[in-house]
Design a protein around this ligand. Structure first.
Ligand code: COA
Length: 532
């Protein structure tokens, strides 16, 4: 064993200050998470309960095995938009009858569970996760369909939801729909396209058009039950495979369906692993409030990997990027962690080599972000920083082992790409409340804009307004700062959630377990041409 030492002074002032800053951010995060939990608010929650119905998260909880964890994804979706935080749908990974499943549940307390543009993005992301990791999908449906005022944003891209259900099925990933209430129009295709359906007596309403629409279209008089009730679908249309008498019965039947799926994981579960040698609580005191101050990512690694056991690769070469091998909850991982912010040529080449090694050995990769990007300046340009950065990005792009990304601190510029940012399809990407991500830092960006504006004025022979410039810089800085923050980015579905640093090991362990449902195989060759 190569147990990492620690230099973290948990009694010192730096630790206390970092911890305080992190706790303050966690408190803010808690407030936002509470909004997602509150769904459509007290009025709609009470009305829903008054109808004898369970809330979305209660349905999920009943579906899961007793005491099984639920890794909720993107709870802050729609944050900072005109739509309620959470995007009127709950998504996540949980264990049903011993099978890890991707679960989605419409929140009918938010505008009748209608899908707005953020609901759509969140649901599509859930499908992507199910597909990549071969997780059976269980949809707990109760939705007013498309959010009609925003139909232009969702109607055309929304077809992907139908497409995904059948592609999952074609790939051998089971799909189950349990209909708790309304599932009309487009929503009717969710049960329509799923492998297995459960409907509930006097509750499920599944039709292409409800009674008013039918009257408008054909003049026919009808009622909910004969058009799309559970009894009709179970006895007449054949759309309901299972007929349930109430919500609890429907969930019980959904559990029985999953129990009979014969869905097997590609890799057996590893033996229980040793916890880290250091207290994960200490993860609160590592990242400085000011990201300009560097921190040693080994302190983080020591608190998330099994036994704090880490075998570093090339520690003396390209020291701004720490690379090495460990295991996490028994799963082998290769870790790439930014150590001093900037990526130079040596770090980039080391990363490309390390990524190839992980692919040869079928080892998933974990990227721990704290980078301001690739180094700029004459010396570095002449030293080939572009081609070396390109080499790293080539390796990340074409690597086939599963990638996990955690934004601990800064994640700026092409460094975000090289470290497997969102566009590079990491299987999962989480941010700590301390993270910031943007094309560059707010001050730098404001400064660049100011230099460009000054040069433009000079080229036109116009005087430059220095006072206006200061105000513009301050405004741009504030805007970029707010757009770099994790809640903003999470709201836009640029991550799978903002997590408490103390939960990192648990979250990554759940992800690794889900990932190993599908075969883990690296790329043997198949990289783009490496410019040497
Ligand atoms: N788009 C936008 N808003 C919607 C909506 C939709 N598809 N469905 C419901 N809402 C809104 C309602 O206007 C209402 O807003 P308000 O509280 O500000 O008045 C709120 O969501 C709750 O709806 P309400 O009808 O009071 O809830 P309910 O639980 O009694 O009924 C539905 C829910 C879904 C059965 C009913 O709202 C409905 O039939 N909606 C239209 C369904 C439809 O035809 N969709 C087309 C899909 S392509």
């Amino acid at each position: 064993m190569t147990v990492l030492p620690t230099a973290l002074d948990t009694a010192g002032p730096d630790y206390a200050a970092h911890r305080e800053a992190m706790l303050a951010r966690l408190a803010e995060l808690e407030t936002e998470h509470a909004k997602a939990l509150a769904g459509g608010g007290a009025k709609y929650t009470e009305r829903h309960r008054g109808r004898g119905k369970l809330l979305a998260r209660e349905r999920v909880e009943l579906l899961l095995d007793p005491d099984a964890p639920f890794l909720e994804l993107s709870p802050l979706a729609a944050w900072g938009s005109d739509y309620p935080v959470g995007a009127s749908i709950v998504t996540g990974i949980g264990v049903v009858e011993g099978v890890e499943c991707l679960i989605t549940a419409n929140d009918p307390t938010v505008r009748g569970g209608a899908s707005n543009p953020w609901t759509l993005r969140k649901a599509l992301r859930a499908n992507e996760i199910a597909y990549a990791n071969r997780l059976p999908c269980v949809a707990l449906v109760e939705s007013g369909g498309a959010d009609l005022p925003s139909q232009k944003e969702i109607f055309i891209p929304g077809g992907a939801l139908f497409r995904d259900i059948t592609r999952l099925s074609a790939a051998g990933v089971p799909t189950v729909a349990v209909v708790f209430g309304n599932s009309t129009a487009g929503g009717a295709y969710v049960p329509g396209m799923s492998d297995h359906t459960v409907m509930i007596e006097e509750r499920s309403k599944v039709f292409l058009g409800g009674p008013p629409l039918v009257r408008m279209a054909t003049g026919e008089e009808s009622d909910d039950e004969s058009l799309g009730g559970a009894g009709m679908h179970a006895r007449v249309s054949g759309l309901a495979d299972h007929y349930a008498v109430d919500e609890a019965d429907a969930i019980r039947q959904a559990r029985r369906i999953v129990a009979r799926l014969n869905h097997r994981k590609a890799h057996p579960d590893p033996a229980p692993a040793a916890p880290p040698a250091y207290d994960p609580e200490e993860l609160l005191g590592i990242v400085p409030g000011d990201l300009k101050e560097p921190f040693d990512p080994r302190e983080v690694i020591a608190r998330i990997v099994d036994g704090s056991d880490f075998d570093e690769f090339k520690p003396l070469y390209g020291p701004s990027l720490t690379t090495g091998w460990a295991s996490l909850h028994g799963y082998p991982v290769g870790i790439l962690a930014n150590a001093r912010g900037v990526l130079f040529s040596a770090e980039s080449q080391k990363a490309a080599q390390f990524i190839q090694l992980a692919n040869q050995r079928d080892i998933p990769l974990l990227f721990l972000h704290n980078t301001t990007g690739y180094m700029v300046g004459k010396e570095y340009e002449q030293g080939g920083i572009i081609k070396h950065g390109a080499m790293m990005i080539n390796a990340v792009s074409n690597s086939k082992v599963p990638h996990l990304s955690v934004l601990m601190g800064a994640s700026y510029g092409a460094g975000h790409y090289g470290m497997c940012g969102r566009a590079f399809d990491p299987r999962f990407l989480f941010a700590w409340p301390s993270a910031k991500s943007a094309v560059m830092g707010p001050q730098q960006l404001a400064g660049v804009l100011s230099i460009v504006a000054r040069a433009s004025a000079a080229a036109k022979g116009q005087p430059y307004d220095d006072e206006g410039d200061a105000a513009l810089r301050a405004m741009v800085e504030r805007q970029i700062e707010s757009e770099s923050l994790p809640m903003f980015l999470s709201g836009r579905l640029y991550d799978d959630g903002v997590i408490d640093p103390r939960d990192t090991r648990t979250v990554l362990g759940l992800c690794l377990s889900a990932i190993h449902t599908a075969p883990v195989e690296g790329a043997r060759g198949g990289f783009g041409v490496f410019r040497m």
